[in-house]
Design a protein around this ligand. Structure first.
Ligand SMILES: [Zn+2]
Ligand SMILES: [Zn+2]
Length: 137
């Protein structure tokens, strides 16, 4: 006979796989609760902790919140200082740092701030009406 905990774990496990990017404990909780209304947030946190300890889940700090991911071993976070927009990007390896890192890497987190491409292109983003070719008058 399956205990309730075991089946809730299996449910959470399945929900994990539905995320293809970073997620918060609350998001996982919301998704899981749609399928099992008895599931509690404490169960979700316990599950996340166990997964982290087992090395199948990675946790990062994103905008001051804890986010989780099963797919990535890195959290690369770009914040546009003009708009506050957050863009996540991928870095496959830190080979360029390998001589400086005193050990082996299991996961990493990078936070970059600056001006996103959108804001950098066009200092005065005038509303564009149709395509105006040619240089005016
Ligand atoms: Zn982030
Ligand atoms: Zn921007």
């Amino acid at each position: 006979m399956k205990s309730r905990n075991t089946s809730q774990k299996a449910l959470l496990q399945g929900e994990l796989e539905s995320f293809d990017t970073f997620f918060t404990a609350e998001e996982l909780f919301e998704n899981a609760r749609k399928k099992d209304s008895k599931i509690g947030l404490a169960t979700v946190y316990r599950f996340l902790r166990e997964m982290r300890e087992a090395g199948t889940l990675y946790s990062y700090s994103c905008e001051g919140r804890a986010v989780y991911s099963t797919l990535k071993r890195s959290h690369c976070h770009f914040t546009c200082e003009e708009t506050g927009r957050v863009i996540h990007f991928d870095v496959d390896s830190l080979d360029f740092l390998k001589d400086k890192i005193p050990g082996s890497i299991s996961s990493f987190q990078i936070e970059v701030k600056g001006k996103c491409r959108k804001c950098s292109s066009g200092k005065h983003p005038a509303p564009q009406r149709g395509m105006h070719k040619g240089k005016g008058h």
